[in-house]
Ligand binder design. Sequence first.
Ligand code: AMP
Ligand code: TRP
Length: 333
Amino acid sequence: MSNSSNKKVLVSGIKPTGRLHFGNYFGAMKQNIELGNSGEYESYVFIADYHALTTVKNGDELRKQTIEAVASYLACGLDTTKVILFKQSDVREVTELTWIFNNLVTVPYMMRAHAFKDQEARSKDVNVGLFDYPVLMASDILIYDADIVPVGADQKQHIEYARDIAGYYNRAYNIEEFKLPKELIMAGVENVPGIDGQKMSKSYNNHIELFCSDDELKKRVMSIVTDSATPEDKKNPDENNIYKIHKLFLNKEADEVLRSKFSNGGYSYKEAKEELLATIMKWREGKLEKYNHLVDNFSELNSLLEKNGGVACEKAKIKMEKIRKTVGLTNTF
Ligand code: AMP
Ligand code: TRP
């Protein structure tokens, strides 16, 4: 893989804070896989384990979840000959860059971040890592000279922060060091609903994991919340939770067929759930076995991470050398 090409640079990360679900997949992973695998970009996709430290306080848990996230990406088809898949913390330079950026942002500016405000509304005991989360994320993005950052809609503000921080640095040191990255948010998948109709999220426990057991999958799908419509009733697909989840898996023609089943009536919720279950089972065919195999043989994954971490690190080191010189951390004038 050539990584000093003229290709645009794609950077994206995912936090290993639990097993990944279909909200993560359709909201973020799928785009990373499709764009990365296209070979059109110099692509860096990482597992954001430094970011996970803001909430995960158990080393073995973090190690396990990191491996599960890597295995999920590979099982879902990420092509490692086209995408550098690595562990964020293998590039320690991002923490150094975070420190440099910390001195360019103000506390009031950081206090305007949605994630911080949401957290603070729940509890005043917000840790400094969480407060600083957007600066670490800006470092992740800017250190590799990212042009595009595919993310879910809830990450939009973080990319704005990365752009602002790039500008603060460039102006403070009067140098065009950082490019201004752009977010890439797929239309129609901003808000993948969970089994209760709210946004799918581990924190609401309404999620469907990509690689849970068949039994667990069945249990989750069969408990999707529905209204009291009878099987004969005509149902509006756009207001129906089963439909909203099912359509994510379908191409245009299959989607039309499903829509008419809902709107014609005579399609019971039981049948609708069974068909959704069958679709997800089909989606998992081959992937689930691959996932389980990878998790069981995680030493292979560790070698891949180590190798790729080295590649990402090389790029980051070159960037950091310039930055260290600009800000005055090197001896040479
Ligand atoms: P998180 O698990 O919150 O770290 O999310 C990882 C990525 O998945 C982010 O880019 C999110 O925007 C995306 N994501 C998580 N849940 C959803 C959802 N229910 N709908 C759409 N995107 C999501
Ligand atoms: N904050 C992102 C999330 O919760 C994960 C992330 C960390 C990220 N660093 C990144 C995403 C850099 C894109 C680019 O999903």
